[in-house]
Design a protein around this ligand. Structure first.
Ligand SMILES: Cc1cc2nc3c(=O)[nH]c(=O)nc-3n(C[C@H](O)[C@H](O)[C@H](O)COP(=O)(O)O)c2cc1C
Length: 370
């Protein structure tokens, strides 16, 4: 069973993860992982912390000569700002953050004890973990990309292909339509000038996923449910949808469902992909299309009303270093989460303790498909 845990605080010494259940014989390309960490730090609207940190992964277990040996993988990312013990305590919890519920739940008297762990700094190590899943999936021709489809009130209406997304990789917001992207940037500027923040929606697309990951047979094996769980665990994500998403509810059945066809050399295919590549909790061989809606960030320069937890007097929420908008970065973390969930489902379907064994099982399944 493939699984992982993370540990580490935003201003602690480092972020760490342990991955268990990965096949032996997988080559670990550190440059690829560092490139993904760099991508997470980019995007128009990000704040000062991202300029401070240059994230690099460091392995402390599970590898020989950068190849997995079947042992648990242990990895770390060091924090440049690691002054956790010298940081001032905080008494004014931010509305919309984990601050108040966290101190009540854990009986803490300093909001910092909560925000250090709830902070999305933790997503750096999740990107590293997801990058390892991506390296595994690449062995089977599976590729994952993401793009931004909405910032605040500005939405992308154009249909976008996998190739369009790869072409916009270096644009400021990773939006595949330059005119819409300019409007999105203006929406971010406007929210910044008001001392506020902006949310939005990103889409993750996975290409090359074979039919049959996940299962209709049990609730907790359904691939869409598991992807939604993973994405909902990402800080500030408040909704997840697949393919046509919520708009499916307002169309008629004959307009929505993807008609089936068969080609001798390609096998079964669909004439459209409004299901987003998943039917009955199983991948159907089409691209997986999943969207996640991110709320506007809760640390605001124009601080909202709160209560001082010591005096119980009205106060203003604490202002930490903050992003104005982190939707493109969240998209990169979303790619990592999707990669992880697909890798887990892939290993469940095909099994194997070494990469060679998984490949043999995979090839045998593909050759059995009519
Ligand atoms: C990539 C990324 C960056 C984030 N940056 C910030 C930030 O700078 N300021 C902030 O208040 N929240 C930020 N967040 C969101 C908070 O971490 C999140 O709102 C908080 O942990 C509470 O969790 P919840 O929104 O899921 O309830 C970020 C989230 C992500 C995914």
């Amino acid at each position: 069973m493939l699984r992982y845990f993370t540990a580490g605080e935003s201003h602690g010494e480092c972020l760490s993860a342990i991955i268990e259940g990965l096949v032996a014989g997988l080559k670990i390309d550190e440059d690829f992982i560092n490139e993904q960490l760099y991508r997470r730090q980019q995007g128009y609207g990000r704040g000062a912390r991202m300029k401070l940190e240059t994230d690099r992964v460091h392995f402390t277990g599970g590898l020989r000569s950068f190849e997995t040996i079947g042992a648990p993988l242990a990895l770390q990312i060091k924090n440049k700002d690691n002054s956790i013990d010298k940081m001032p305590s905080i008494a004014n919890p931010r509305p919309g953050h984990a601050d108040l519920a966290g101190i009540q739940k854990y009986a803490r008297s300093d909001v910092r004890d909560i925000l250090e762990r709830s902070s999305a700094r933790e997503t750096a190590i999740r990107v590293a973990v997801g990058s390892i899943a991506r390296l595994f999936l690449k062995e089977f021709g599976i590729q994952i990309v993401s793009h931004v489809v909405q910032i605040g009130p500005v939405g992308l209406t154009k249909e976008v292909s996998f190739e369009d997304i790869t072409l916009c990789e270096n644009s400021p917001l990773r939006c595949a339509h330059p005119e819409t992207e300019k409007k999105m940037m203006l929406a971010i500027d406007e929210s910044k000038s008001k001392g506020s923040s902006a949310g939005g929606v990103f889409e993750v697309m996975a290409q090359g996923v074979p039919v049959g990951l996940g299962s209709h047979a049990q609730w907790d094996r359904k691939l869409d449910a598991r992807l939604a769980y993973g994405l909902m665990s990402l800080q500030a994500i408040k909704g997840v949808s697949f393919g046509a998403g919520f708009s499916a509810a307002s169309t008629y059945g004959h307009e929505l469902h993807d008609e089936i066809s068969y080609e001798k050399d390609k096998g079964y295919t669909r004439l459209s992909n409004r299901a987003g590549g998943i039917e009955g909790g199983m991948s159907n061989g089409q691209n997986i299309l999943v969207r996640a809606a991110m709320k506007p960030l809760s640390t605001l320069i124009r601080a909202l009303k709160t209560v001082d937890i010591n005096s119980k007097e009205e106060s203003k929420a604490s202002v930490q270093r903050t992003d104005t908008c982190a939707v493109p970065a969240a998209g990169v973390v979303g790619e990592a989460i999707v990669a992880w969930e697909l890798a887990v489902a892939f290993l469940e379907k095909f099994g194997g303790d070494s990469l060679g064994e998984t490949k043999r099982n995979y090839d045998s399944f593909l050759s059995s498909l009519g």
